[in-house]
Ligand binder design. Sequence first.
Ligand SMILES: Cc1cc2nc3c(=O)[nH]c(=O)nc-3n(C[C@H](O)[C@H](O)[C@H](O)COP(=O)(O)O)c2cc1C
Ligand SMILES: [Mn+2]
Length: 465
Amino acid sequence: MPYKGLRDFLDRVEREGELTRVQSEVDLDYELGAVCSRAYDLGGVDNSKVLIFERPRGYGTPVGVNVLGTRKRYSMAIDTTPDKFNQQWVTRTQNPVKPVVVDYGPCKENIHTGEDVDLRELPVPIWNEKDGGPYITLGHYISKDPETGQRNVAIYRTQYHDRRTVGIMATMRTHINMQWRKAHARGESFPVAIAIGVDPTITLAAHAPFPYGVDELAMAGGLRGGPVEMVRCETVPLEAPATAEWVLEGEVRPNVLRKEGPFGEACGYYGDGGDFEFVEIKAITHRNNPVHQAAYIRKPPSEVLTVKRCWEAEVVRQCPLPGLVKLSLPEGGCSGAVAIASIKKTFDGQGKMMGMGILGTQAGRCAKIVIVVDEDIDPFNLTDVLWAMSTRFQPERDVEVIKDVAGWGLDPSIPKRDQELGTNLVSKMIIDATRPVKEPFPEVIAPKKDVMERVKREWQKYGIT
Ligand SMILES: Cc1cc2nc3c(=O)[nH]c(=O)nc-3n(C[C@H](O)[C@H](O)[C@H](O)COP(=O)(O)O)c2cc1C
Ligand SMILES: [Mn+2]
């Protein structure tokens, strides 16, 4: 059964003991971010809870963070477990389900337009010390191509400027930027709807590296196993998810920019501010007792990087070569810069080939280091991976460095010149840590097989717990 929306998901999460309600009053400026950071230090990707801050100072509306911050919850979003997530993703995205428009949804319980629009209604934290202001971190931007009507949904950082304006920083390669350039070239304003607090499958689909032309909401429909219900917006020709906690409607005008940033980015460093587009908000609609869902961003591990692991599933889906068994984009590698693949190796040279295959996918394009291991190595277990590198790998023979390839724009080690030019050229490395097929290789130590089977069967009798 798909979740009806964020609340439905939170109910399940709470029933499973995965949610903490913070009753203490918390300041939106810096304190809430500090609590999130420490909670994540203590719990990490395995054990950190969803935090519902019930009493942001000066507000009666809560802020919810870390909803998808563990691998378990991120998998619960599509009702599966971490070990099955990537396979489930591949299967379900084969069958996208188009959203449907309905007459009414709870996101219309409160409607503010005109003079009544005031973004101060929404509790927005200043997360980190050097951030340029308060930031909405999980705003799902819904927009349409002004020429084709093709819909796009994605998350872009959203700075609170004033009670009717938010800043948006969407780089040139993002789909929304491609769309608004078309409208702006005609001198037209570009309408957007920003949904906050949505069914978690929408968040995953919005962050996934789907090519232009894919409707992320249809992918969310496939992931959740049923169409996302949408309602018409009040002031813009768009639709928004019916059960969203908040919907901000607005327009990006052409030829006007406003100072935005700096902001602590998903790579773990501050990104520079600059002059960027902004959205003039024309309507705010929200549910009764709305939750402001947000994600805290910092150096890995972080919730944002856990959400980004759907890129992992996308590499699996997009990989053009046979033989890929498992793929991991570990959080420490910013869930993208380091890819670790295990393969069922059947011929020599297959390791480096798989490295090239992964680097050639849309979802693997941000990888700087690809490590390829044999099937008996679990790419999610870094001890296993280092063991393979220590014992099956010779740098001179097994490393391939590829120069001057487009890299991940947030990588602060990109040579200055390339950063300034915006070319973002980097070098990439394939590490083939697989055993040879033709040449003999020593066998891995293991207890005697039949004895091990018996030991497992009779485990109780040894009294080892
Ligand atoms: C919390 C969060 C914040 C993000 N902020 C930005 C951002 O400020 N700018 C950006 O270009 N991408 C940002 N992203 C990544 C995009 O959402 C992601 O690359 C998405 O796939 C882009 O979709 P598109 O290809 O439809 O434009 C963010 C992702 C998350 C989860
Ligand atoms: Mn897109």
